[in-house]
Each structure stands twice: as structure tokens, then as C-alpha cells.
Design a protein around this ligand. Structure first.
Ligand code: IPM
Ligand code: MG
Length: 347
């Protein structure tokens, strides 16, 4: 059982350290953790945000526990050398095409949302975001128009097999929850979205029990703040999913608690907190490691089939919260290490 640990930038190393302590405490037979450099940290050490050594480590493992990437000091670099390329490269190179981002309100934390608590308390949704295609990975460039004006351009496209496999993930997730799937697109304007919608409707025939709806992305953004309780599973493309998943996480108000999984075909996956590298609080011991600890639980469940160990971690985090030990992001005062200690004690 080999897990690659890529801590990355900003608060990544601090929060990952606590998740590693939790994994080690479980004393799982045969568990081996191997580290690798990613992001700005890797750029400064190896000249590249995703060095070949790191990819080798990833390939030799069964799953990746990922911290965060992003470093303002790299903003001037050419795009292919920026920290974000580490996560984009891992997604592409390892075929991590399905991003699962659950968002729910944790009991006792209803007051943290910026929505009215009675609206937010109904949130229990899962965003299934496609991660390998769309405008993220299309051709792109900067060019001069004939009249001399500069133009930036990015090509958006989806091939039908790419839509089909993420739709399958969406329908399967819906089958395991309340059998409601909302596909989000912009089919009133984009051909990419028209194909998306057509293919999702085709796949729906294999899942007669699932109630499928379609929503334009602008409306989905509005409905997420108006009546988020209406959603169960949302399936959408890479760009729309990027935006809507940040929005959904803020609707529940506790981004420091939200974990995510990026899955390939089979059991391989990368697990990371939804929050970013938070450079403003990096290195101060203030970051809440709970989302990373919960990501480690997701890893044990999905990639290693260790349900009991995953549940143990989740219960320990829930107990820590119930005992009032909260990070600054949740209105509490506990620091990174203190939260790690508290979870370990309750494990
Ligand atoms: C995310 C992030 C990434 C994305 C960035 C860091 C490239 O925002 O995982 O949502 O846009 O996918
Ligand atoms: Mg994002």
C-alpha cells in the first residue's frame, strides 16, 4: 500500500503533515508513504512544477494525497512553469478525469454560511466535474490580429466519449444517493454544451431510475444561492465545475472542511482539500488541516478499500468539531498542530 504525498505550496505542507500523522497513527499494515515535490516548491528545487521524478513516484503509488499548489512569486513565469501546472499535469498524465466534490453542512456549523442558515442547512450535494478536457486542455495561444491588436484564445471542446465517461460517473453517483442528477451546461450558446447535453441524454437510457434534469450554468449559479437544497448530484464540464464547486463550498461556509477526490478508471485517485494554498496564512500554523485529513479518509475508502479506517478518521474529525475544537476559518482559535493533536487523540 504505497501512497504518494505531494504537499506543494503555501499551507500545503502544514496541513499535509497533520494528515500524515493521522495515517501513521492508524498503523495500517504495509502502508508506505513516499514524498514528491510539486508546484512552486518543485519549480524552485527542480526548475519544473511537475518534475519527472514526481510523476514516477505518482505512478509507483496506488493513490496520491495532495496538499495545494499556487505561489504568487511564480506569476511572472511562462504558463507551463507555473505551480498550477502540477495539478493540471497530474490530472492529464494519470487520467484523473472525474472530480468528486461533496458539499454539505456539518452539524453545529450552520452559522458559518453566508447564506441564511435555514437555506444553507439543506445543502447536501455532490459536484461531479470532468477534469481532463474542455477549454482547460484545448489549444490556446496569444496572437496578433491583422490590425495589430493582441488576441488571447482558448479552444473549448468535448468529444463524445469524454462526456460519456463522466456522465456514467454522475449517474452511478446518483444511483448511490437520491437518484437525482442535474447536468449543467450552456447549450443555449455553445456547441460543446449541445453535444454534452445530447450525450448525457443518451447515457440516461442506461439509468431509467435516475431523474435527469438539465440546467444552464448561469441559472445553476443562481439556484445554488437561491435554493441549494434542490440539488443532489450535479454533473458538469471542467470550467463550469471549477466555478460552481467553489461557489458550493462557500455556500456551506466551511471550505476548510471540504475534501475532494480526482479519480481515474479503476481505483487510482488523487485526494486533496478543496481550499488552495492560502499564501496569506502560510507558515503560521493557523491553517485548518481537517479538509486534508478528510481527504486522507476518502483516499483510504476509494483507493485502498479501507472503509473502517476511513470511517474512524471521519468520526474523529466529527468528534473534534463536536468538542468545540475549531480552526480560525470556523470561528475558533485552534491552530494547525492543535487540531492535528485533537484528531489523533480521538482516533
Ligand atoms: C481547482 C483549482 C485548479 C483548477 C487550479 C489550481 C488549476 O482551481 O482544483 O479547482 O482550476 O482546476
Ligand atoms: Mg478551482
Amino acid at each position: 500500500m504505497r501512497i504518494a504525498v505531494f504537499a506543494g505550496d503555501g499551507i500545503g505542507p502544514e496541513v499535509t503533515e497533520q494528515a500524515v500523522r493521522v495515517l501513521e497513527k492508524l498503523d495500517l499494515p504495509g502502508l508506505e508513504l513516499v514524498e514528491g515535490d510539486v508546484g512552486g516548491a518543485a519549480y524552485y528545487k527542480h526548475g519544473h512544477p511537475l518534475p519527472a521524478e514526481t510523476l514516477d513516484v505518482a505512478r509507483s503509488a496506488q493513490a496520491i494525497l495532495f496538499g495545494a499548489v499556487g505561489d504568487f512569486s511564480c506569476d511572472h513565469l511562462e504558463r507551463h512553469l507555473r505551480p498550477e501546472q502540477a495539478i493540471l499535469g497530474l490530472r492529464k498524465e494519470l487520467g484523473l478525469f472525474a472530480n468528486l466534490r461533496p458539499a454539505q453542512v456539518f452539524a453545529g456549523l450552520e452559522d458559518l454560511t453566508t447564506l441564511r442558515p435555514e437555506v444553507a442547512s439543506k445543502i447536501d450535494l455532490l459536484i461531479v466535474r470532468e477534469l481532463n478536457g474542455d477549454v482547460y486542455f484545448g489549444e490556446k495561444g496569444m496572437r496578433r490580429l491583422e490590425d495589430g491588436r493582441r488576441q488571447g484564445w482558448d479552444m473549448m471542446s468535448y468529444a463524445e466519449d469524454e462526456v460519456r465517461r463522466i456522465a456514467q460517473v454522475g449517474f452511478k453517483a446518483a444511483m448511490g444517493r437520491s437518484k437525482k442528477l442535474c447536468s449543467v451546461d450552456k447549450a443555449n450558446v455553445l456547441e460543446t454544451s449541445q453535444l454534452w447535453r445530447d450525450v448525457v441524454i443518451e447515457v440516461a437510457k442506461e439509468y431509467p431510475e435516475v431523474e435527469l434534469t438539465h440546467m444552464y450554468v448561469d441559472n445553476a449559479a443562481m439556484q445554488l444561492v437561491k435554493n441549494p437544497g434542490q440539488f443532489d448530484v450535479i454533473v458538469t464540464g471542467n470550467l463550469f465545475g471549477d466555478i460552481l464547486s467553489d461557489q458550493a463550498s462557500m455556500c456551506v461556509g466551511s471550505i476548510g472542511l471540504l475534501a475532494s477526490a480526482s479519480l481515474a478508471e479503476g481505483t487510482y485517485g488523487l485526494y486533496e482539500p478543496i481550499h488552495g494554498s492560502a499564501p496569506d496564512i502560510a507558515g503560521k500554523g493557523l491553517a485548518n488541516p481537517m479538509a486534508t485529513i478528510l481527504s486522507a479518509a476518502m483516499l483510504l475508502r476509494h483507493s485502498l478499500g479501507l472503509e473502517a479506517a476511513a470511517a474512524r478518521i471521519e468520526a474523529a474529525v466529527a468528534k473534534t468539531l463536536a468538542d468545540g475544537i475549531k480552526g480560525g476559518d470556523l470561528g475558533g482559535t485552534a491552530g494547525t498542530r492543535e487540531i492535528g493533536d485533537a484528531v489523533l487523540e480521538r482516533l
